[in-house]
Design a protein around this ligand. Structure first.
Ligand SMILES: *[C@@H]1O[C@H](CO)[C@@H](O)[C@H](O)[C@H]1NC(C)=O
Ligand SMILES: *[C@@H]1O[C@H](CO)[C@@H](O)[C@H](O)[C@H]1NC(C)=O
Ligand SMILES: *[C@@H]1O[C@H](CO)[C@@H](O)[C@H](O)[C@H]1NC(C)=O
Length: 570
């Protein structure tokens, strides 16, 4: 939950109205105070934005043990407030100082100190909390908040607070909680008390431009700084990668999948291959397969763990090297189904922890925005640093819930450990295969995949020289007799599989006698044939004609737009 509460700098308030200090000068000094007990990815991100805008920051609590409550990994509650009080003692005499107290793990700053102070002076309140879009943690309080017409409505006390120094003292003395105080209670009671006062709590309602929390770190200078360079590294020195392959359901184009795996450009001596095949050993539950991850965790020589499902078509053979060079603890190549928005990552989380579409999701999937994106969920294919598995992810257990997506459980644990997951669309990596309508009771089921997986179908079944017919080479199309054109369309593979499918079906209609042959209805010529609808290939065949033959007729007979009908002789 805390991850979604990403609130930025434009938080307002004013020292001018401060009763304890009737004639303050203009605020000219801004101190950012944050509390963090450990350095994790969220903390590092926060500090990068601090440096970017040249804020002065004081971090409280680093290296100290957190004993403030049950808010996982986020410093909250009483302990944080006590640290703050102690820190403020140091600044007692600084009349014009403005203090911004802010969490670090789930916060980034989007503008600089000057702008913040400017906004602060403009408003007539002394203590300002940031607002957020949903009422957390107690939804029942929602109706108590004022209705707003723009921006966010609810208090985010975990987010950002800005106030004049004196005000903060007063605030802390009145509402300070003791160690181990219940954070939920604290937030609610603060809100209740303040909302009774004449001087109302000012929430930062007006929505400012807030970049998406998850995808903030895009392919900019920020990430390029820490690329790992594998150039010049000898084969023997390349990182050792455990590759775990999961074939959990019948998947189209599996042969091609395995071929790609075998032709990855990476020293094969530095790969260890684990395969779970649910088709051959359906009794082995997935939990057992999670030992693949455990194996890497336990083996200190395992530098990376690469998990890949059989419905992932990685057409970029350099994928391992590229991902390793991005130098992230957890990273996935961005993939989507051909021409669809279905991908292997989520751009955002719903309050309940399920899928939610981020504002930049479509742009990322369609590669209109290119970079390295911090996301809350990845699936189907990803690379994890072995060292991270052994340290920060060590508490992530093998435990799986029946009926729950194992990747969902895994990603949730990774988020809870404060480890960022990234998805990259800086390179073209391939696509996802759809296995929804895969009917393995057919002899060559891939032949039927022209609708669901058109790119893979084309690669497998269309002749590699097919597209030459559209080039301006007069001699390419042979014309054995008038209006008969001869050009490569099907691959050898298609020809073989089509013939085998027909042989397998049997019942050539020319077989026995004329009556039988005519019983097909429209068959009034004595041919030896099997109709496409007899093998349930009518739709697919029409699609093939439309996609591959119609364009040829349009090229050969300009201005003539044919409709397609099925009529085939073998
Ligand atoms: C931060 O400080 C550095 C060095 O003084 C300066 O080059 C840079 O422009 C400053 N950045 C901002 C956003 O003010
Ligand atoms: C904290 O207080 C809230 C509100 O009174 C209550 O619902 C919740 O159960 C408390 N949590 C704990 C851990 O005591
Ligand atoms: C699957 O294929 C079999 C054999 O070709 C066929 O009888 C069946 O109707 C197909 N099922 C679907 C849902 O298309």
């Amino acid at each position: 939950m805390t991850f979604v509460r990403l609130i930025l700098t434009l938080i307002l308030g004013s020292v001018q109205l401060c009763r304890t200090d009737p004639r303050p000068g203009k605020p000219n000094e801004l101190l950012v105070i944050t509390a963090a007990t450990e350095v994790n990815d969220g903390y590092l991100r926060f500090m990068r934005t601090i440096r970017q805008f040249n804020y002065t920051v004081q971090v409280l609590g680093l290296g100290e043990e957190w004993k403030g409550g049950d808010v996982a990994r986020t410093v909250g509650g009483g302990q944080k407030v006590r640290w703050l009080k102690k820190e403020l003692e140091k600044h007692k005499d600084k009349q014009n100082m403005v203090i911004m107290f802010v969490d670090s793990y789930d916060v980034i700053l989007a503008s600089g100190p000057e702008e913040l102070l400017k906004k602060f002076s403009r408003f007539s309140h002394r203590v300002v909390f940031s607002a957020e879009g949903f009422c957390w943690p107690d939804q029942r309080l929602a109706s108590k908040y004022p209705v707003v017409h723009h921006g966010k409505r609810y208090l985010n006390s975990g987010g950002v607070r800005v106030c004049g120094r004196d005000m903060l003292f007063e605030f802390l003395h009145k509402y300070c909680v003791t160690l181990n105080d219940n954070v939920t209670l604290f937030r609610s009671s603060v809100f209740k008390k303040w909302s009774k006062r004449k001087e109302k709590l000012q929430l930062n309602y007006l929505g400012n431009y807030v970049p998406s929390a998850w995808t903030y770190e895009h392919g900019c200078g920020i990430c390029d700084d820490d690329l790992l360079d594998l150039n010049g590294v000898s084969d023997e020195e390349m990182p050792l990668v455990h590759v775990a392959v999961f074939i959990e359901q019948p998947t189209p184009f599996l042969e091609e999948f395995l071929e790609r795996l075998a032709t990855l450009i990476y020293p094969h001596t530095r790969l260890r291959l684990f395969i779970h095949n649910n088709l051959i050993f359906p009794m082995i539950p997935l939990t057992v397969c999670l030992c693949f991850r455990e194996a890497c965790k336990k083996d200190v020589s395992c530098d990376y763990f690469f998990s890949i499902d059989s419905d992932v078509a990685l057409t970029n053979p350099d994928v391992l090297r590229i991902l390793i060079e991005e130098n992230k603890a957890v990273i996935a190549p961005m993939l989507s189904r051909h021409g669809k928005l279905w991908s292997n990552f989520w751009g955002a989380l719903s309050p309940e922890g399920f899928y939610s579409r981020s504002e930049d999701y479509i742009d990322i999937v369609q590669s209109k925005r290119v970079g390295l994106w911090n996301v809350p969920y990845i699936t189907q294919v990803y690379l994890i640093r072995g060292e991270t598995l052994r340290s920060r992810l060590a508490p992530v257990s093998l435990y799986q819930q029946e009926g729950m997506d194992p990747d969902m459980i895994f990603c949730k644990s990774v988020r809870e450990q404060g480890v960022f997951m990234f998805v990259s669309n800086r390179d073209e990596f391939g696509r996802l295969i759809s296995s929804t309508n895969y009917n393995i009771s057919r002899l060559h089921p891939d032949m039927w995949q022209i609708f669901d997986n058109p790119v893979d179908w084309r690669e497998k079944y269309i002749h590699e020289d097919y597209s030459k017919i559209f080039e301006d080479d007069e001699n390419f199309v042979e014309q054995p007799c008038p209006d008969v054109y001869w050009f490569p369309a099907f691959s050898e593979r298609m020809c073989d599989e089509l013939v085998e499918t027909m042989e397998d079906f049997g019942g050539w209609s020319g077989g026995k006698n004329k009556d039988e042959r005519l019983s097909g209805g429209y068959e009034n010529v004595p041919t030896v044939d099997i109709h496409m609808n007899q093998i349930q290939y009518e739709k697919e065949w029409l699609k093939f004609l439309k996609d591959y033959i119609v364009p040829v007729t349009e090229k050969l007979y300009p201005g003539y737009y044919p409709k397609v009908y099925i009529f085939i002789f073998l």
